[in-house]
Ligand binder design. Structure first.
Ligand SMILES: [Fe+2]
Length: 380
């Protein structure tokens, strides 16, 4: 019996289990000390090559709020945020990600983070004054998967602008929702993130048990970060939430009116995975930003894990619309703690793009269909 067929299939077409059905034969050792208690993804530090162009995109077009700025960096936040920032744009020579930053439950959790990553032999750097403005005592690490992760608790509180309707725009970005990381070996990454205290909410697999992607959470939503199979370590996207679907449509309308429709890479649409409404944009450096809304609550301890068949034509777009190739192949470099790009390692497991493309693919709309059933040509 196949791996997928051993599971309970729902009337919606995916499978559910109680524990993430992902195994690795290439595990990073589990530290003997506890993992830091992570609250949520909190901010991303992005290196951009033209700060003025990036400011225009994130502030004038997308409407993020400037908490503070100088000649070298801009600190931005979303409407509901009360910590100093959700996004740092820093001028630099190469477009890349300097930090995926998470907030922990208390200042003491930084000692826990240092012990956890030190036991793994990772490079660890702690700065009591923080690595960015508005953030206090912080720990940055080069994690075992090659990503620059940051942990902090202390931060300057700023005004939550939820009630300032006079400032809001039709496409208001209200929260930072999640990160998405590209990594060659998804099961290895999932096992490490489980050791770090994350839970799997959804994944994409095939009958042979190859895992193409997994979504993992600390806060009670579908995810704080996802692991996407591909050449990595790279950053696939950073996602901001809107309150409603119509806010996403307003962003599309605004980009069209500005003759900036080429910033829209994929969507708008409805995801199968996460059930969220989505839109993918590319910023002036090519960094990918997702606008995302209306996923579901996952906070109960027995929240069911959802597994999608990689050949289900509705897994990445519930309406069966194609995924553009750039979405699978392009991503941002990540930096080590010295600011140098991390070398990219090729994925050797099957590629989702290749197993689901064209006449050699097996994607279906209704399981058992002979015909491929695509409305708009071959899906990826
Ligand atoms: Fe996403």
């Amino acid at each position: 019996m196949s791996a997928l067929n051993d599971r309970v299939k729902t009337s919606s077409g995916f499978y559910v289990t109680q524990e993430a059905p992902i195994q690795t034969d290439n595990a990073i050792p589990t530290p003997s000390v506890p993992a830091p208690d992570i609250l949520r993804c909190a901010y991303m530090e992005l290196v951009v090559t033209d700060l003025a162009a990036s400011r225009e995109f994130y502030v004038d077009v997308l409407g993020l709020y400037v908490t503070e700025e100088d000649d070298a960096a801009i600190y931005l936040r979303s409407t509901e945020e009360f910590i100093h920032h959700n996004l740092v744009l820093r001028q630099g020579p190469i477009a890349a990600v300097a930090a995926f930053s998470y907030r922990v439950r208390s200042p003491e959790e930084l000692d826990v983070a240092v012990a956890f990553y030190s036991e793994l032999g990772c490079r660890v750097e702690r700065r009591s004054e923080g690595f960015t403005k508005g953030i206090g005592d912080s720990v940055r690490v080069e994690d075992p998967l090659g990503f620059p992760y940051e942990f902090f608790y202390q931060t300057e509180h700023v005004e939550r602008l939820s009630w300032r309707y006079d400032l809001h725009t039709p496409g208001e970005l209200v929260r930072l929702d999640h990160f998405n990381q590209v990594t060659p070996d998804v099961p290895r990454a999932v096992k490490f993130m489980q050791d770090l205290g994350f839970r799997v909410t959804e994944d994409i697999q095939d009958d042979e048990g190859t895992v193409y992607a997994a979504w993992m959470r600390r806060k009670p939503t579908v995810h704080d970060t996802a692991m996407t199979g591909g050449d990595g370590p790279r950053m696939h996207h950073v996602a901001f939430a809107t309150h409603e679907k119509h806010n996403i449509l307003a962003i599309c309308d605004k980009l069209g009116a500005l003759r900036r429709s080429d910033a829209i890479e994929r969507g708008p649409g409805r995801h199968g995975v996460s059930n969220a409404f989505y839109l993918y944009l590319r910023d002036p450096d090519g960094h990918r930003v997702e606008i995302y809304t209306q996923d579901y609550y996952t906070g109960d301890p027995d929240n069911p894990v959802v597994t999608w068949d990689v050949h289900d034509n509705q897994r990445r777009d519930w309406w069966g619309n194609p995924v553009v190739p750039s979405w699978y192949t392009e991503a941002s470099l990540v930096l080590d703690l010295d600011g140098n790009p991390k070398p990219v390692v090729a994925r050797t497991d099957d590629s989702e793009l290749e197993v689901t493309i064209g006449a050699d693919g097996f994607s279906y709309t209704r399981e058992g269909d002979e015909e491929k059933g695509f409305k708009l040509g071959n899906t990826l």
